[in-house]
Write a protein that binds this ligand. Structure first.
Ligand code: PMP
Ligand code: GLN
Length: 403
C-alpha cells in the first residue's frame, strides 16, 4: 500500500488529535470489545417517547425522505420558536431567527467558522466539551480557557476577564455543563453577560441539557437583560428526547447572525435528517409534564449512581444536571484518569471517560473520571456493584490485603 500520510494536514489534524477528540469512540469500542457496561459516551440505553419514535416512522412512510429546506422544515422552526417562548418567554421569528442543524455539534462548528477569522480568540469555560476545541482549530482560531476549578466548579469571573483580549470574538458557555454537571446560576451568567456587553462580544451558549437541570434552574443566557441579540443559543433534541443518533439540533439568534451561521451550515451538510425533523416537531409539542417526567427519571438515576458510589466509599462530586457525574480516583491511589479508564474495562467491566480530555492542561483534574448515568436502573445498579469493588483494589489492580 502506498504511503500518502505526508499529504495529510499535519497542522490541523495534529492539533485536533492533540485535543483527544477520539476518546468517545475509543471508549465505546472498548466497551463493546470487552462486554463492559458503557458509562463513557453519553447516550441513553432506552428509547425516548413513543410519540416521537412513531412520528419518525410515519414521516419516512409519508415520503419525507428528500432534502428538506436549508433552514429546516417550517413546522420545526415554528416548534422551536414556540418552545423558546413557552419555556423562557423568548420570541424568535421562525423564518429569520431559527436554523435547524445536524445536531448541536454542527451548530457549534458552523457558528465558530462563521464568526471567527484566523487568529481570533474564543474564550471557553474549561473543562470544555471536546468539539469546541476542534471547531476552534478548524476555524484557525485560538481557544482561551477560563477554568472552572473543582470541587465547586463555579465560574471564576476574573479568569474569564483575564482570558479576554483584543482578539476575542466569542464567549462560549455551556449550562448545564458537560462534564462537570454544574448548572450556572444567575450571578455567574450575569457576570459573563456584563463582560460581553463591555467588550462588545457575542455569547455562544450551548444549552443541549436545558431540560436536564435537576438542582437549580436552567437560565438561558438570552433571557438576561440586553442579551437576546448578543447571544447565539444552541440546543439539540438528542438529550431531551433520548435520540442522540438522530442529530437534530438548532440555533436561535438575531437575523444577521442566523444568516452567517446558516451560510456556513449550507456548505458543511447543506441539510439533514428530514424525517427526524418531523419527529422532533411531535417531541416539542409534548406536554411539559412529559419533559418533567424525563427529567425526574434521569434525576433518580443520578441519585442512584451518586449514592451507590458514595456508599462504596468513592470520592464523588455533586452533579446538578446533564447525563454525567465525576469521581476523583486519586482516593483510590490513581493519578492518571486516562490510564485508569483504559484499564477499568478489563479490571471490572465498566467504561468511563477520563475528564482530562476536556482540558488543554488538566493539572489536578488528571485523576477525575466522568461516568454517565443515563442508563436503565438495573444497569446503574450493576455498574455500582462493579465500581464498589474498586475500593478493595490497589492502583495496580491487585486486591488489597486487609489491614
Ligand atoms: N454540547 C454538549 C455540551 C454535549 O454534551 C453534546 C453531546 N452530545 C453536544 C453539544 C453535541 O450534541 P449533538 O449530539 O446534538 O450534536
Ligand atoms: N455528548 C456526549 C458525551 O459527552 C457524546 C460525545 C461524543 O460522542 N462526541 O459523552
Amino acid at each position: 500500500m502506498e504511503d500518502t500520510s505526508h499529504l495529510v494536514s499535519r497542522h490541523l489534524v495534529a492539533r485536533m488529535r492533540g485535543f483527544g477528540t477520539t476518546i468517545f469512540s475509543e471508549m465505546s469500542a472498548l466497551a463493546v470489545r470487552t462486554g463492559s457496561i458503557n458509562l463513557g459516551q453519553g447516550f441513553p440505553d432506552t428509547d425516548g417517547p413513543a410519540e416521537v419514535l412513531d412520528a419518525a416512522v410515519e414521516a419516512i412512510r409519508a415520503g419525507y425522505n428528500q432534502y428538506p429546506p436549508g433552514r429546516g422544515i417550517p413546522t420545526l422552526r415554528q416548534a422551536i420558536a414556540d418552545h423558546q417562548h413557552r419555556y423562557y418567554g423568548l420570541s424568535y421569528d421562525p423564518d429569520r431567527e431559527v436554523l435547524v442543524t445536524a445536531g448541536a455539534t454542527e451548530a457549534i462548528a458552523a457558528t465558530i467558522l462563521a464568526l471567527c477569522e484566523t487568529g481570533d480568540e474564543v474564550v471557553v469555560l474549561e473543562p470544555t466539551y471536546d468539539s469546541y476545541s476542534a471547531s476552534i482549530a478548524l476555524a484557525g482560531a485560538v481557544m482561551r480557557p477560563a477554568t472552572l476549578h473543582h470541587p465547586d466548579y463555579r465560574v471564576d469571573i476574573d479568569a474569564v476577564r483575564a482570558a479576554v483580549s483584543p482578539r476575542t470574538r466569542l464567549l462560549l458557555v455551556n449550562s448545564p455543563h458537560n462534564p462537570t454537571g454544574r448548572v450556572l446560576d444567575r450571578a455567574e451568567l450575569s457576570a459573563i453577560a456584563d463582560i460581553a456587553a463591555e467588550r462588545d462580544l457575542i455569547v455562544v451558549t450551548d444549552e443541549v441539557y436545558e431540560h436536564l437541570a435537576f438542582d437549580g434552574e436552567h437560565i438561558p443566557m438570552a433571557t438576561l437583560p440586553g442579551m437576546r441579540d448578543r447571544t447565539i443559543t444552541i440546543s439539540s433534541a438528542g438529550k431531551t428526547f433520548s435520540c442522540t443518533g438522530w442529530k437534530i439540533g438548532w440555533v436561535c439568534a438575531s437575523p444577521a447572525l442566523i444568516d452567517a451561521v446558516g451560510t456556513t451550515k449550507q456548505f458543511l451538510t447543506y441539510v439533514n435528517g428530514a424525517p427526524f425533523q418531523h419527529a422532533i416537531v411531535a417531541g416539542l409539542a409534548l406536554p411539559e409534564a412529559r419533559i418533567e417526567a424525563i427529567r425526574t427519571n434521569l434525576r433518580d438515576r443520578r441519585d442512584q449512581l451518586h449514592n451507590g458510589l458514595m456508599t462504596a466509599g468513592l470520592d464523588v462530586h455533586p452533579c446538578q444536571g446533564t447525563y454525567f457525574l465525576t469521581v476523583d480516583v486519586a482516593s483510590l491511589g490513581e493519578t492518571d484518569g486516562l490510564a485508569f479508564c483504559r484499564a477499568l474495562a478489563e479490571r471490572i467491566g465498566v467504561v468511563g471517560i477520563p475528564s482530562s480530555v476536556f482540558y488543554l492542561d488538566p493539572g489536578p483534574a488528571r485523576s477525575l473520571v466522568r461516568f454517565a448515568f443515563c442508563k436503565r436502573p438495573d444497569v446503574v445498579d450493576e455498574a455500582v456493584r462493579r465500581l464498589a469493588a474498586l475500593g478493595r483494589h490497589t492502583s495496580s489492580g491487585r486486591v488489597r490485603s486487609p489491614a
